[in-house]
Design a binder for this molecule. Structure first.
Ligand SMILES: [Zn+2]
Length: 512
């Protein structure tokens, strides 16, 4: 890889939101959503985007292919087992990328080799070396991963890593696949391998830690302290089971404690918050309010302090500023801002609007400005997200009326437009939201199971915008939806409709 000496002076951030997190339960994305996230990851300046696992499905292949062609800046990589077919398919998907990497992996623990691969260690090693060599024929940037490394025999790890490097691997990843390590043991493993495997001196050592014991970030940082120069991580710490190392935590820990690490990442940290918001919206998985860096309360002590006291108090309570991660809730625009002022603010928030989109969103903004005195950035982002979502609108909620109160049975009437058709229904429910969902199900003739449902205020005042995020399930697949409105029942109905539109967009529309 060119610029190797430069790159070793910082920690490479390898984002696997689109692969590891996307494979986690309930987090499926369509291709255009993946491309949208990949563009945001490029703005965030991650070094490597793992765009998918091309051989696993046509959607995965197509996503990797489109990201390779459209997203400029980061190295694009695709996952492949140590078999020729996987590598062929990954190489084909990555063809259009300016910088491409093939990431091939095998399992190295006794459990995995015996029960999953059903191979003897020698066979695993031979196939790994062959696969790396084969991948190196397509690109000089090849990563090799030893799945379940933390439960593997260290002697065998040393052998297989050396063989992979001799075959052409330029990055060697040591995953804590099952989240079993603790920082001391993980750091010691990285140090041991770097000392005992001669080839590791010339390649990048990488970590990939899962969060089953809540230690993914801590283990990744222990890896860095012991010489790892790539961290694999995801936005919001999403990933299989309890998740992966959280990108925002790893990056901000390294930056905030540069005194300790003596090294930094190349991440454009003011893009962190928006990346988190985008992934929340598109995957439909909300962030816990007390989540480090990107949770709603991560900088919340601010709200209790008077503006004039804030500056004096900041350093006493804050180890980093909200602005450094892109949280800027204090900016207010209103009617007085005008169309131009609104456009400028949208651009500052990272949204490029054409005239047509601007007209639509500006009209919505003025409606909101009439309902609310102050419009915050979060409100604008919520509006834009809502309007610019790249999902075909099979169903559009045209009208909704709910009635509920003490002593009455909650009911809802909805009118939904589908192409030329007008679908209208009324229903009862356990509460107004339930009644609205029932009415929508009847009108659309879609009966999907509601898997989870969250509502929250986007900004803090009684006139706040309400945001509803939910998931609906059919069989083993789930579909996310999000809706925003000053009325919480309407936000919920919009979220339900948007989940149905996701469902339809994935080719589930029966004859349609
Ligand atoms: Zn993983």
């Amino acid at each position: 890889m060119s610029g190797e000496t430069n790159i070793k002076e910082r920690v490479i951030i390898f984002d696997t939101t689109l692969r590891d997190a996307e494979q986690s339960p309930g987090a499926s994305l369509n291709i255009s959503e993946k491309v949208e996230i990949a563009h945001q990851l490029a703005r965030l300046r991650v070094d490597v985007i793992e765009a998918g696992y091309p051989v696993s499905s046509t959607v995965q292949f197509e996503a990797v292919r489109r990201i390779s062609e459209e997203v400029i800046g980061p190295v694009i990589t695709g996952l492949a087992r140590t078999v020729a077919k996987d590598i062929d398919v990954a190489a084909e998907a990555l063809q259009g990328a300016q910088k491409k990497r093939i990431h091939t992996f095998t399992s190295t623990s006794p459990e995995h080799m015996e029960y999953m691969l059903r191979m003897k260690p020698e066979e695993v090693l031979t196939k790994a070396a062959e696969a790396v060599k084969y991948a190196a024929g397509f690109t000089e940037d090849v990563e090799f991963s030893c799945q379940d490394a933390t439960r593997s025999d260290v002697g065998f790890l040393r052998e297989i890593i050396q063989a992979a490097i001799e075959a052409g691997a330029t990055t060697v990843n040591i995953p804590d696949t099952v989240g079993y390590a603790i920082p001391e043991t993980f750091g010691a493993l990285i140090a041991d391998l770097r000392e005992s495997v001669p080839g590791l001196k010339d390649v990048i050592v990488s970590t990939h830690c899962h969060n089953d014991l809540g230690l993914a970030t801590a283990n990744s940082l222990a890896g860095v302290i012991n010489g790892a120069r790539q961290v694999e991580c995801t936005i919001n710490g999403l990933g299989e089971r309890a998740g992966n190392a959280s990108l925002e935590e790893v990056v901000m820990a390294i930056r905030t404690r540069k005194d300790l690490f003596g090294i930094d990442t190349g991440i454009n940290t003011p893009e962190i918050y928006r990346s988190s918001q985008m992934v929340t919206r598109l995957m439909g998985i909300p962030v816990q309010p007390n989540k480090a860096i990107v949770g709603e309360n991560a900088f919340a002590h601010e709200s209790g302090i008077h503006v004039d006291g804030l500056l004096k108090h900041r350093s006493t309570y804050e180890i980093m500023t909200p602005e450094s991660v892109g949280v800027r809730s204090k900016i207010v625009v209103g009617r007085h801002s005008g169309r131009h002022g609104f456009k400028v603010r949208c651009e500052e928030l990272g949204f490029e609007l054409n005239e047509e989109q601007l007209t639509v969103v500006y009209t919505k903004f003025m409606e909101l400005a009439d309902k609310k005195k102050e419009v915050f950035d979060e409100d604008i982002v919520a509006l834009l997200d809502d309007e610019l979502a790249d999902i075909p609108e099979t169903f559009h909620l045209e009208y909704m009326h709910c009635s509920s109160g003490t002593g009455t049975l909650p009911s809802a009437t909805v009118r939904i437009v589908r192409g030329e058709e007008i679908l209208q229904e009324a229903a009862w429910g356990d509460g107004p939201v339930d009644a609205a969902f029932q009415a929508i199900s009847k009108a659309t003739e879609m009966d999907l199971e509601l898997e989870n449902y969250n509502i929250r205020a986007v900004t803090h005042s009684s006139e706040a915008l309400g945001e509803a995020v939910l998931r609906i399930r059919q069989g083993d697949k789930t579909y996310g939806g999000r809706g925003v409105s000053t009325d919480i029942i309407e936000a919920s109905a919009k979220a339900y409709i948007s989940a149905l539109n996701h469902f339809m967009a994935r080719g589930n529309g029966g004859g349609h």
